[in-house]
Design a protein around this ligand. Structure first.
Ligand code: UT7
Length: 334
């Protein structure tokens, strides 16, 4: 008997506050024109604390919708994987929190921190667990509330990121025919230590805790050397996507949808060109969401499903890069 994983439902968690590039013009020395042309971002969403929104509330919205779309009962989920770099609290972690809010009474719970690669790495983990026969119904959530880690005086980072969440339900299929059935066909992940800490949230961990005298110097914020990260992201995403296509014996022309990490439109276009996948096959929500880190790919997939853009049998290539650095790609037949 063999086991493979199939994606049976997705859901979206949408924070209510919309923040436009024009709003940032009032806070830092920037312009709508610079942000649009250098990144492709027009607006992003932040959780609204005044309305009681947290990462958990938007993840709950996504998780409920995914269960409904997958026609799966909460008690049937045997594992939840929550990918995030911005948990509401480090302990209890997000996946344990969700077992209560979603009623996952029979689930084990894992948090995975792989920054922007998080959701797709979560899918890679879910696929491996299902192939091993260990779990049958896994919920994978990618969610971030990174607005809480933005230095609103640092124009080089504050305009880039947004909050959001999405969830997918992944189920086991017995003895699938890999030449035609709807399954995850393959995935490949790598890491390359970011020794210079070009992309970091340096304060607040145990190296520099909040009470430490050095904390004021590093702060609780995301810092990024954009150009260093840009080069690594392009290189990593191209490598991983090429290797997955080769592993699954798929040509770029076979790909129906390319769903890359949404950090910068210029990176997406460059990677697409190097992979020979045209822009018509590339899904973008960066313009409306900004970089939602671990949530980028799943918010794209959930939106695409809401719009009925993905049909059964379509080959969907996900391709990500994030802090760490961590990067990888996953190919699924829908
Ligand atoms: O999600 C995880 C992975 N993250 C990524 O993949 C992000 C990768 N990096 C990038 O997307 C780009 O490097 C950025 C969008 C972050 C920056 O774009 P860039 O074209 O690399 O700009 P830069 O950092 O080279 O800065 C160019 C200029 C600088 O001014 P000077 O030194 O030329 O006078 C910056 O100070 O743009 C300036 N600048 C801004 N100007 C207006 C930086 N941020 C802003 C801003 N508004 N918000």
């Amino acid at each position: 008997m063999t086991w493979n994983a199939t994606i049976v439902g997705t859901g979206l968690g949408v924070p209510s506050k919309v923040v436009t590039n024009k709003d940032f013009e009032k806070m830092v020395d920037t312009s709508d024109e610079w942000i649009r042309t250098r990144t492709g971002i027009c607006e992003r969403r932040f959780i609204d604390r005044d309305k009681g929104e947290t990462l958990e509330t938007i993840a709950l919205q996504a998780g409920k919708k995914a269960l409904e779309n997958a026609k799966t009962k909460p008690e049937d989920i045997d594992l939840i994987i929550f990918a995030t770099t911005s948990p509401d609290t480090f302990m209890p972690n997000m996946s344990c929190r969700m077992t209560a809010s979603l009623g996952l009474v029979n689930a084990a719970a894992i948090d995975q921190n792989a920054a922007c690669s998080g959701f797709v790495l979560g899918m890679h983990t879910a696929d491996s667990f299902i192939r091993s026969g260990q779990y049958k119904n896994i919920m994978v959530i990618g969610g971030e509330a990174l607005s809480s880690a933005l230095d609103m005086k640092d124009r080089s980072t504050c305009v880039l990121f947004g909050d959001g969440a999405g969830a997918a339900i992944v189920q086991a299929v017995e003895n699938a025919d890999l030449s035609k059935d709807s399954v995850i066909l393959g995935s490949k992940f790598y890491a390359k230590a970011d020794v210079k800490e070009s992309l970091s949230m340096a304060g607040g961990g145990t190296r520099t805790p909040y009470w430490h005298e050095d904390f004021a110097k590093v702060g609780p914020y995301i810092r990024m050397q954009g150009q260093d990260v840009f080069k690594e992201a392009t290189r990593g995403m191209v490598r991983a996507a090429k290797e997955v296509m080769a592993q699954c014996e798929v040509m770029p022309s076979d790909i129906k949808w390319f769903v890359p990490h949404q950090a910068n439109l210029r990176i997406i276009e460059m990677v697409g060109k190097m992979l020979e996948i045209p822009s018509e096959k590339t899904y973008i929500n960066l313009d409306r969401w900004g970089n939602t880190s671990a949530a980028t790919v799943i918010t794209c997939l959930a939106e695409m499903e809401e719009k009925n853009m993905i049909n059964k049998g379509d080959l969907v290539l996900m391709d990500v890069f994030g802090g760490g650095f961590s990067y990888g790609a996953l190919l699924a037949r829908w």
